[in-house]
Design a protein around this ligand. Sequence first.
Ligand code: A2P
Length: 349
Amino acid sequence: MNEQIAMEAFLPSKDGYVVAVVGATGAVGQTMLDILAERKFPVAELIPVASSRSAGSSVHFNGKDYVVQDLEVFNPEGVDIALFSAGGSTSKEHAPRFAEAGCYVVDNSSAWRMDEEIALVVPEVNPQALEMARYNRIIANPNCSTIQMVVALKPLHDVVPIERIVVSTYQAVSGAGGKAIEELAKQTSALLSGGKAEVNVFPARIAFNVIPQIDVFLESGYTKEEQKMMDETCKIMGAGIAVTATTVRVPVFYSHSESVNVTFSAPMGADKARDLLADADGICVVDDPVGEDYPLASEAAGTDFVWVGRIRDDDSCPNSLHLWVVADNVRKGAALNAVQIAEILIYQP
Ligand code: A2P
């Protein structure tokens, strides 16, 4: 991966780096802390940051407790890398002041993703885009449902260019944060014990339901989540690809699943696709119709792979394939992707 990016290091070589996690008390922030520790990221100093609501509380990292700082008054001087997952408006307001202080910001919100000057990066797919960040020091992490799809499609696109993608998603509630996880749990237990489900986070009851709306509707009839998937896929993989998406929330805690129909510019074939995916970085193929084995959200949760199965030729359309793509949305879809970007930032060629 690292050979594909420039020969000049982003950060100087050090034994350990000062790392701030902004949104450290949230679902993604907590997983960022876990993944930094699991992957033995060289952290000399860890600074958890959140809003004034949780400033003064503590979070756990690598066997120790750390006091959460208030973002409003936090001075980013001396921070090498800040991993942000505290929402778009927080990022719009505070990421520039971190970058101006000399820190690299890896931002998990949608605030910067489609800014032409900002790199939108999935390390397995377009690490070279990171070059843009040398000057503005802000790097955007794509949307969770985009990340897992482009990881699965890039190895195929490199061999036979993709012309069109039709994707339908089955997205876990954790993509909407800690309160959404609580809402599914509370509604499920209320309904099972004969009570009423209170709806606060989602546009409708999510327990025992399927909601074909993620984020707000646009004039086009697509939702903002669908538009994000379409725009981000083109920014990462190339503007020439036609993409259409339907994004759906399902009552699953962790891992997004996606039905992806792909049309190539020439024959690809299910067998060749299976072989290419089996050799690709970050992908695990589980595709055994005889043994009734395929990727499941329950099995992908807590793992770092993008799982691909149900690979089959689409006989209704020339040069087309179906894939079923599953990944832990909080890990590869957010926290892990951000930490992988941070690993490139500290890489010494
Ligand atoms: P806090 O705990 O202080 O509210 P989730 O996506 O799971 O809901 O988590 C959101 C994360 O973003 C939390 O850590 C939350 O901190 C943080 N956050 C939300 N708004 C702000 C803000 N205005 N400034 C700093 N952190 C924020």
